[in-house]
Design a protein around this ligand. Structure first.
Ligand code: ADP
Ligand code: MG
Length: 658
């Protein structure tokens, strides 16, 4: 299936010899030996000296060279945490923050959460004793709320800077600012071998410290023709590698949990069918919502005679390094947030990844020895259909949250905030417009507190936050699973269904068995419960009363409308049209309202697969829009011009809802 083969990376003879070190031998090395073997190790002293001499330093190094796990330890070893000062290291991804913290705690020989800890949204694994703190970039942003000069930190490491997440980009501006009046604060900006000149330039020409990488040659293979079904192509490729290629583990890049689970199931099923005809294949998923004990499994050594295949999101691109990978399978896609400032719509869509991403992915095959990367797309597509690099998130997001956050930090002049790549002016203006329309900001810039169904809305928000992983639908029990799901349907829409699922689970005493019987994912429910508890805690802290609407579903739907009024769609021929911008959208087939097709809907999110689908929809009354967003909607826009032509499909349900 694969044709061309080009060597893109060359290794020196020395490196090749090193690669010959068998994996088993490497495993026998003690943790300290492993530490010493990392590319960053020989540069320890030089690096510490550079940090001493410069306030801001950009550090560039190949993925796996030890930036994330080693540099903070160097700093600890040379006393940067003296006097109870903290070293903070940000990660764009939760999983990475948790995983590296666990690894470093192990290397340092302390219990995770003591001297070395992590902090991610809804989970704080640190204590009074913590001096090295890994955290998501979003969490460090929040710390600015309580400690605007980050006074308790001696060093802040903005890691994975090349990812250019929204939070990282905002941190850049804030940290550059505080560094001016905190000369004792050290700032390290660490990145894979990408964009370092730009970082240096942004931070007033800060020096760049380069850690020479260790790379072995990677042969790249392309498909002759585009793949119609890249998931299936992945499965076939893994099995082909397993049967025909010498030992070495395999890494597959997919876009999200659903795909990864399907891929793992397919692989396991086919291996079962092949039975003893093939050697053992260990199939391990890794994605953001995977429980941490499962996450840890990807790092355990592969038993001799078997092969490990890790099926990952782009978390394995640069954030996590899995040793022993020789083969990479890259379908060339990733899930990306995209935002259309004109329509005001934000959606998560599967898009071709950038060439820079594809090259990072390929690089993962060449860390321990010469490797191979199988690209499930054509060489032509690589050259002509992929973007050079990924557009920074700030350019493709709804800035509402950013504006709220910056305002709460007392930054009012958003237009002149020091962004590395300023967001489009119209996106900023739109965000402000929406926040005022929402009533999220009063004239003092304070959050408003009006709700009389916070109990239910809390649950709904928590359930929405676990993002489409509530219902379990195994391939071999599709009919049962769909029936079970149907049993949860209640009038009003998907938000109400989620509320119903949660309420029933609560009544079951948060039972695992109940989840199992009803094809509900226990893990997701547990997570929703955690999120809910945290949100409730936050409400308590800001003194918002938690009260129930007592079974009345109108206030709940109105509350959703108040928050999402700009996500309104109206039934029109063959589908729906968004009210403000007349974009054609469809109800997702999984929705409880798929058949019913109510006249007016609010959707939670848009996903583009075969068409633009609305996921998680709730039925509303168009008059509510005038009630909750009179500044946004005009009476005329909400007139039901189509009412005469459209048959009333669900008069009964409508009456019930009042
Ligand atoms: P970089 O940040 O430069 O990409 P890291 O510091 O993340 O590099 O990785 C250095 C080494 O630590 C790699 O060999 C990697 O495999 C190992 N490592 C990182 N996290 C873990 C973990 N959770 N378990 C085992 N090994 C790990
Ligand atoms: Mg790293």
């Amino acid at each position: 299936n694969f044709v061309s083969s080009a060597v893109i990376m060359k290794g020196t003879q020395d490196e090749k010899e090193q690669a010959a070190l068998s994996q088993a031998e490497v495993q026998k090395q003690s943790i300290q030996e492993v530490r010493r073997s990392l590319p960053v190790f020989p540069y320890r002293e030089d690096l510490l000296l550079a940090i001493q001499q410069h306030q801001i330093l950009v550090i560039e190094g190949e993925t796996g060279s030890g930036k994330t796990t080693q540099i903070p330890q160097f700093l600890m070893e040379s006393g940067y945490n003296d006097g109870g000062m903290k070293i903070g290291c940000t990660q764009p991804r939760r999983v990475a923050a948790m995983s590296v913290a666990a690894r470093v705690a192990q290397e340092v020989g302390v219990k995770l959460g003591n001297e070395v800890g992590y902090s991610i949204r809804f989970e704080d694994c640190t204590s009074e004793r913590t001096v090295l703190k890994y955290m998501t970039d979003g969490m460090l942003l929040r710390e600015f709320l309580t400690e605007p000069d980050l006074a308790s930190y001696s060093v802040v490491i903005i890691d994975e800077a090349h990812e250019r997440t929204l939070h990282t980009d905002i941190l850049f501006g804030l940290i550059k600012d505080i560094a001016r009046f905190r000369p004792d604060l050290k700032v390290l900006v660490a990145s894979a071998t990408l964009d370092t000149e730009r970082f240096s330039c942004f931070f007033d020409d800060a020096p760049v410290f380069r850690i020479p990488g260790r790379r072995f040659p990677v042969d790249i293979f392309y498909t002759k023709a585009p793949e119609a079904d890249y998931l299936e192509a992945c499965v076939v490729s893994v099995l082909q590698i397993h049967v025909t290629q010498p030992p070495g583990d395999c890494l597959v890049f997919l876009t999200g949990q659903e795909e990864i689970e399907t891929c793992c199931e397919l692989l396991q099923e086919r291996c079962r069918r092949l039975g003893s005809k093939i050697s053992e294949l260990l199939v391990l998923p890794i994605y953001a919502n995977l429980p941490s004990d499962m996450q840890a499994k990807i790092f355990s050594p592969t038993p001799p005679g078997s092969r490990k295949v890790v099926v990952a999101t782009n978390i394995a691109e640069t954030s996590l390094t899995i040793d022993g990978i020789i083969y990479v399978i890259d379908p060339g896609f990733c899930k990306q947030k995209s935002y259309n400032a004109r329509t005001g719509m934000e959606s998560l869509i599967v898009t071709p990844c950038s060439r820079a991403s594809a090259n990072q992915r390929a690089g993962r095959a060449g860390r321990v020895a010469a490797g191979k990367c199988f690209r499930l797309y054509t060489a032509w597509a690589f050259k002509h259909e992929m973007e050079e690099s990924t557009v920074p998130e700030i350019q493709r997001t709804n800035l509402g949250n950013v504006v709220l956050l910056l305002k709460s930090l007392g930054i009012n002049d958003l237009i002149h905030f020091d962004f590395m790549d300023p967001p489009p002016h119209e996106t900023l203006v739109l965000a402000l417009e929406q926040l005022y329309a929402l009533g999220a900001l009063n004239h003092l810039g304070e959050l408003t507190k009006v709700t009389n169904c916070s109990e239910e809305v809390l649950t709904i928000a928590a359930m929405l936050s676990v993002n489409n992983s509530i219902f379990y639908r195994p391939k071999d029990k599709v009919v049962h699973a769909d029936n079970a799901r149907q049993n949860f349907v209640v009038p009003g829409g998907d938000h109400m269904v989620l509320l119903n699922v949660y309420t029933q689970w609560l009544e079951s005493g948060y039972s695992t068995q109940w989840c199992y019987e009803n094809f509900i994912q226990f893990r997701s429910m547990k997570r929703a419960r955690d999120v809910r508890e945290q949100l409730e805690g936050l409400m308590d802290r800001i003194e918002v009363e938690v009260c129930s609407s007592g079974g009345d579903i109108v206030p709940i739907r109105k509350a959703v409308t108040a928050g999402y009024f700009y996500h309104t769609a109206r039934l029109s021929k063959g589908g729906y049209k968004t009210v403000k911008h007349q974009q054609t959208v469809y109800v997702h087939p999984n929705s409880s309202l798929f058949e019913e097709q109510p006249r007016w809907l609010i959707y939670h999110e848009l996903v583009f697969t075969t068409k633009e689908f609305m996921r998680q929809v709730i039925e509303i009354d168009s008059s509510w829009l005038l009630e909750v967003a009179p500044h946004y909607y005009k009476n005329k826009e909400l007139e039901d011009s189509s009412s005469k032509k459209m048959p009333r499909k669900q008069g009964k349900a409508k009456e019930e809802l009042g």
